[in-house]
Ligand binder design. Sequence first.
Ligand SMILES: C[S@@+](CC[C@H](N)C(=O)[O-])C[C@H]1O[C@@H](n2cnc3c(N)ncnc32)[C@H](O)[C@@H]1O
Length: 253
Amino acid sequence: MKFQARHQPLDDEPERNVLELEPGNNFEQALHDLAGFSRVWLVWWFHRNEGWRPHVMPPRGPAKRRGVFATRSPHRPNPLGLTPVQLIEIKGRKLILGACDLVEGTPVFDIKPYIPAYDAFPAAKAGWIDEVDVAMETPAEYHVVFATLAENQAAWLQQEWRIDFRPRLVELLARDPTPHRTRRITSRRGTASFVIGCGAWRAVFDLNERAVTVQSLEPGYPQRFLNDPVRAEGLPDREAQLAFLQRWPEMPR
Ligand SMILES: C[S@@+](CC[C@H](N)C(=O)[O-])C[C@H]1O[C@@H](n2cnc3c(N)ncnc32)[C@H](O)[C@@H]1O
């Protein structure tokens, strides 16, 4: 299976993905009558994740932890993903799909037709997501850019680990990059820089009037902690943080 992961799939992207069903199970027949549906639900396994926590930090909105069941976080007690994707075409045992938020090789448990009359409730309330959307309507006041090192580190995380917290980082810094406990922004001791916590990661940035320059990224936890299997159990992005420290050993830990 070839998938590009995003937080939630966006329809206006020209992306194509292939979901190939296993041979020898009469799955060709099981796909009969599905071609007329423009969208299907995929039920799948966050197979790359281990462990979970009751509170997680969603990529949207202020740096605030939410109950995992109030989020679409991949770190869940039963790591099941649910995605409505565009069904472009069916070729034998292959489904050609539009934009997906699954990484390549993700095991898919089931396919179900998306039925707008049953599955869509556009007027339904969306709790804290609605609140974040309202807050986002206020215009951003700071301009955020990435220095070369930060840009390279973000690209590496995206390519190697499918981790991309840039949108969240820019969203937070563009609104207010000044030190604040709940926004997890502090001054970096002994320097003129600042550090912001963003999920399991941190970013070091400089502030010059209304201009924010993200200088570098860092794991949110020290190597000692990451290497401790008991304390670090279920920690989000633990493997990726360890790999990051191997790749950029000169970074603080
Ligand atoms: C925010 S989750 C939402 C998934 C699904 N739409 C849902 O609501 O259950 C999407 C993210 O899960 C991660 N992901 C995708 N496939 C994965 C896998 N097989 N194992 C672990 N994480 C995965 C990617 O980082 C992707 O951006």
